[in-house]
Design a protein around this ligand. Structure first.
Ligand SMILES: [Zn+2]
Ligand SMILES: [Zn+2]
Length: 271
């Protein structure tokens, strides 16, 4: 059975200190066939406020060298996780068009210029339902603009945070937002952009996958087939965490395959 983790951060991300060597050694130890490094690139409105940036050329060159070094043991893929917002497309365009990516995760880490980890966003909206709605609206807005991403990252990430303001933030009112979630999933399918099943929510207190089972099921019902599995590990010990549960969920929902990417092209692997 093919094993791969499609969402892993290294010290090229400002919020990780993990050495690439440790990541690859851990992947080999776990018996993975492949691993995709997807470090953060999160731009702000102004370059001086950028949250996460790295030198793409140095990154790709470093990963290519490791790919060569591990070629008989592990398939190393070069990815990136871009924290997208509609008004920032112009800044991301050259990154998205760069040649070295196997895989691009587009993620919403900010809504209306505000990082979802900050209280400000929760103070701006009266209820968690309003925040959640705005979050999903921005995903839809992003999908009108960003065609170049392989999958949308952790679709319901907003439920991880409440800024201490909204206590019930972990529960998304799926009935209330059904119209919007359906529009997102239909647009993803129409644009041939996949989703990921991200296991980090299990470790970060949400006790669930991102997105939750119901959204993954709805994606399947609407005809979605492209789904990658990622740990979102920021340290080597979290690589492929809870992948047994993730694969079981996908099988329970009727999926027969999961996906990986090479040179931005999707590949289907048996679950
Ligand atoms: Zn993310
Ligand atoms: Zn991530």
């Amino acid at each position: 059975m093919y094993k791969g983790d499609s969402h892993v951060h290294s010290k090229f991300s400002a919020d990780s200190r993990e050495e690439l060597e440790n990541i690859f050694e851990r992947a080999v130890e776990l018996g993975l066939d492949e691993i995709t490094i997807t470090d953060h690139m999160d731009f702000a409105d102004d370059e001086k406020d950028d949250l996460f940036v790295f030198d793409v050329e140095e990154y790709c060159r470093t990963l290519y060298a490791y790919r060569q070094k591990y070629k008989n043991k592990l398939n190393i893929k070069v990815g990136v996780e871009v924290g997208i917002q509609p008004h920032l497309y112009g800044r991301y365009e050259p990154i998205l068009k760069a040649g070295c990516w196997d895989f691009i995760i587009g993620s919403s880490h900010s809504v209306d210029h505000i990082d979802v980890g900050h209280n400000e966003i929760y103070l701006k909206y009266k209820t968690k339902d309003e925040v959640h709605r705005r979050y999903f609206e921005t995903i839809l807005e992003n999908l009108d603009i960003y065609d170049d991403i392989s999958v949308y990252g952790h679709l319901d990430f907003i439920r991880r945070y409440g800024g201490g303001v909204h206590k019930d933030h972990k529960i998304i009112d799926l009935e209330l937002h059904k119209d919007l979630i359906d529009k997102i999933l239909k647009k993803l399918i129409e644009k041939n952009i996949g989703i990921e099943l991200n296991t980090s929510g299990i470790r970060y207190g949400v006790n669930d996958f991102h997105p939750c089972r119901e959204i993954v099921l709805r994606y399947k019902e609407l005809g979605g087939k492209i789904i990658t599995i990622g740990s979102d590990a920021h340290k080597a010990e979290d690589i492929a965490k809870d992948f047994d549960k993730a694969k079981k969920l996908l099988k329970d929902l009727g999926f027969k395959q999961f996906c990986t990417f090479t040179n931005r092209k999707v590949e289907f692997k048996e679950l």
